[in-house]
Write a protein that binds this ligand. Structure first.
Ligand SMILES: [Zn+2]
Length: 179
């Protein structure tokens, strides 16, 4: 019955007759159906060998899938741990973050971020830390100061002492940064 119905349907616009159906030598299905075949990889191998032009189309399709996959991975990475992002003024609560980062084999530096969320001049702050801890201290980013020395624990006292608006509760200890 179905066969009869199909025969009754007349030529369609935009279709070149006779319709050429290309069958796959691996799965014997029209090549559009190959991707549903469990051995699609072998179909692709067959296509590559016998119908390189059709194979190119298939390959292009595959590539776009891969690109999406990689984009997805990137997105996941971006939110990953270990990346200390500088918070923009507009977004998120005010917070200062302190962490320790390795410098050389034995030495550590202390990284302070978030001071600008309290409208503190980073240059002034870096200079203050340098004098207070008698060590190098410099502005290293948008909202980041690196102090040459392990002074992380001291900062919980020193920062609120210097800037009364920053309570100790506003300072988050991010611990040790991994290299
Ligand atoms: Zn096939």
């Amino acid at each position: 019955m179905a066969e009869e119905n199909r025969l009754r349907i007349g030529p369609k616009e935009g279709v070149t007759y006779p319709i050429q159906v290309v069958y796959c030598g691996n799965c014997t299905m029209p090549i559009e159906y190959c991707e549903y075949y469990p051995e699609y990889d072998r179909c692709k191998q067959w296509l590559e060998k016998n119908l390189p032009r059709e194979f190119e189309k298939v390959k292009i399709g595959d590539n776009s899938d891969t690109a999406i996959g990689e984009e997805e991975k990137k997105r996941q990475k971006r939110g990953g741990k270990g990346i200390i992002k500088t918070k923009k003024k507009e977004e998120g609560p005010k917070q200062v973050c302190v962490s320790r980062a390795p410098r050389g084999k034995k030495k550590s530096v202390t990284v302070v971020t978030g001071l600008s969320t309290f409208d503190i001049d980073l240059k002034v702050a870096a200079k203050f830390f340098g004098q207070r801890f008698a060590c190098g201290s410099s502005v290293t980013g948008d909202d980041e100061i690196v102090i040459q020395g392990d002074v992380k624990d001291d900062l919980f006292d020193v920062i609120p002492e210097k800037w009364s608006e920053i309570d100790e509760d506003f300072i988050e200890d991010l611990g040790d940064q991994k290299r």
